[in-house]
Design a protein around this ligand. Structure first.
Ligand code: HAM
Length: 421
């Protein structure tokens, strides 16, 4: 049994977002361009039917076969903490019939995802994604918009070294034949047992093998991009043209393999070279068969999810700091009982007028309260004693240069708003 004096730590692979973190600025900043493009906020539960992920993401993927946090609830239902957001979003769209309204259904979301992976730099068991999905239409112009919105999200945060890798994974018309061709090619190579087993499960995943000895043998492997059917090729060419039109640079990545099974046609990843092994800061693609895989009608879709922790690491590696949460504008220091009572209501009035205000709680004297004002990070302090109150004034102090002026109490909010404008 744990000793009563045990000190708790956040569970392995998780972390706390502490005050002062750029977390919110990154999470929301990444979605800002999508919000301007009409992607509405949608939120789904953090746990879903286990079967939704098994069918949607693919039972043979590492995510589903090895990394899910699955539990049985008190009603004997198998539930899983969502390892990703897309399956849940499509489930919600179908459940509420959103596909019967305006198409595409454009949504954005943000929140925690859970994968029981081995934690390392940039890899957590509870991690956060910002994502968008555009559901209900097949239009290469929409693919280009979706990809461009992620690109702009990274740019808006100030990142300049994110690279976009783009490919097409074909569709049910051309992929099966390619898969067979690749499987036959792999069968002729000198591969270890585990890799052979992987090739049987999903030959495409072998293309992603990082080992030199394997990569050397793959130099002449057939590539999906050379085997696209006419429709997939035309779609891909139009996406490429669309991205050129939007000024989004990308690198063709015919060997790009994603860890989720639902992708077809347009597939992409965003990578950052300042991150080490876990270099993918985001990824996504088209998933035109996902709805059917989870028992719905044919409902095509495309989207992406960007990793918040890795985006923060990318910002650090580029030496860019996005604005942390806006801090306080003013800190009120009251000396004496009547002054304190005035300060409490003054702070309420200031907040009501849109000024971020706080006051010195606790009885700590002028020196202690002024120290609290300095530590608060606010550029202004309002200092009021009982005598000031009697005279109807407050001392407005500029904490950056120490200058202080008396301001009539009735003008305090207007004066501060002018100074902060
Ligand atoms: P994903 O590539 O599995 O795609 O995840 C997207 C991003 O989430 C990754 O590029 C990475 O930045 C971050 N990420 C994934 N796993 C971890 C982890 N263990 N720790 C930290 N960050 C991680 C999806 O999840 C798809 N649902 C994206 C999508 C949306 N496709 C279509 N629509």
């Amino acid at each position: 049994m744990a000793s009563p004096s045990r000190s708790f730590q956040a569970p392995k692979g998780t972390y706390d977002v502490l005050p002062g973190s750029e977390f919110l600025a990154v999470r929301d900043g990444l979605l800002a361009p999508a919000t301007l493009a009409g992607y509405a906020y949608l939120e789904t539960p953090v746990f879903e039917d286990t079967e939704l992920f098994a069918r949607g993401v693919g039972a043979s993927t590492d995510v589903v076969s090895k990394e899910m946090f699955t539990f049985t609830d008190r009603g004997d239902r198998s539930l899983t903490l969502r390892p990703e957001g897309t399956a849940g979003v499509v489930r919600a769209v179908l459940q509420h019939g959103l596909q019967h309204g305006q198409l595409p259904v454009k949504v954005r979301y943000a929140g925690p995802m859970f994968r029981a992976e081995r934690p390392q730099a940039g890899r957590f068991r509870q991690f956060q994604q910002s994502g968008i999905e555009a559901i209900g239409l097949v239009d290469p112009a929409l693919d280009a918009e979706v990809v461009a919105l992620a690109w702009e999200g990274f740019r808006a945060l100030g990142l300049t070294e994110v690279r976009l890798l783009l490919t097409s994974l074909g569709d049910p018309a051309c992929r099966p034949a390619y898969r067979e061709e690749l499987a036959a090619f792999l069968a002729g190579l000198d591969l270890d047992e585990a890799t052979r087993a992987r090739a049987l499960l999903n030959p495409l995943r072998v293309l992603d093998d990082k080992r030199d000895a394997v990569q050397k043998q793959l130099a002449d492997a057939p590539l999906m991009s050379d085997r696209l059917c006419a429709d997939c090729k035309a779609h891909h060419d139009a996406v490429v043209e669309g991205l050129h039109g939007l000024g989004v640079p990308f690198e063709p990545a015919p060997r790009l393999v994603r860890g989720l099974d639902y992708y077809m046609r347009t597939t992409f990843e965003f990578v950052h070279d300042g991150l080490g092994a876990q270099s993918a800061v985001g990824g996504g693609g088209r998933y035109d068969g996902l709805s059917e895989a989870i028992g719905g009608p044919h409902l095509p879709g495309i989207g992406w999810a960007l990793g918040i922790e890795r985006t923060i690491l990318a910002l650090e590696s580029e030496g860019v700091s996005p604005a942390a949460e806006a801090g306080l504008d003013v800190f009120v220091v009251a000396l004496g009982a009547s002054a304190k009572a005035w300060a409490v209501s003054a702070v309420g009035a200031l907040r009501g007028a849109g000024v971020a205000a706080d006051l010195a709680y606790g009885d700590r004297g002028l020196k202690g309260a002024m120290k609290a004002a300095d530590r608060s990070g606010a550029p202004w302090a309002v200092v009021v004693g009982d005598r000031d109150l009697d005279a109807g004034v407050a001392q407005l102090k500029d904490l950056r240069n120490g200058e202080q002026t008396a301001v009539p109490l009735s003008d305090l909010t207007t004066t501060l708003k002018e100074k902060l404008a």
